[in-house]
Design a protein around this ligand. Structure first.
Ligand code: ADP
Length: 158
């Protein structure tokens, strides 16, 4: 079994994440979309809300699972018997950031392989940071968020 984890904050999950996950799901036998807890970040949505959004997006997808992990990404990968970490790239600045994370992860867990997919032209401008601004000021969420979670987001943030 080829298992990949797709770690992130998903605060909230956007169509950019979904596009990478869907493409990844054709490459691996199983993808675990997992919410990490970065101790230096303050989140807009609670962990429970972010997990519920992932559930709404991927219920019914046989080879996509969702999870949370309050520990190091490589430890979670090892526990799940995942050989791969999947990440998305939008720009060269994403790449610089990812390079540093990959080196640290490989230092801790040399066996893990990181696989990057380039974002599509439709979603390359999407970031959770920008989408949070749109949510805050009640802008149009269609085309930014997965349709499965728009009702949920509108109901919890006003
Ligand atoms: P983090 O908090 O670790 O930056 P994110 O939740 O923002 O995590 O993102 C998780 C992964 O999704 C990262 O690999 C990030 O580069 C990727 N990603 C985020 N937005 C997009 C997008 N619009 N297109 C492709 N990949 C994306």
């Amino acid at each position: 079994m080829k298992i990949a984890i797709f770690p992130g904050s998903f605060d909230p999950i956007t169509l950019g994440h979904v596009e990478i996950i869907r493409r990844g799901a054709t490459l691996f036998d199983e993808i675990i979309v997992c919410i990490g807890t970065n101790s230096q970040k303050n989140y807009y949505f609670s962990l429970e809300e972010r997990l519920e959004m992932l559930r709404l997006c991927f219920e019914g997808h046989a080879n996509i699972r969702v999870a949370t992990y309050p520990r190091l990404t490589v430890e979670f990968a090892r526990e799940q018997h995942a050989q791969f970490i999947l990440r998305g790239l939008r720009s060269s600045s994403d790449m610089e950031y990812e390079k540093a994370i990959e080196l640290i992860n490989k230092h801790m867990s040399p066996g893990i392989e990181v696989v990057y997919l380039l974002s599509s032209s439709d979603t390359t401008m999407l970031s959770s940071t920008l989408v949070r601004e749109v949510i805050k000021y009640k802008g149009k969420l269609e085309g930014l968020l997965p349709p499965e979670i728009i009702g949920f987001v509108n109901q919890i943030k006003y």
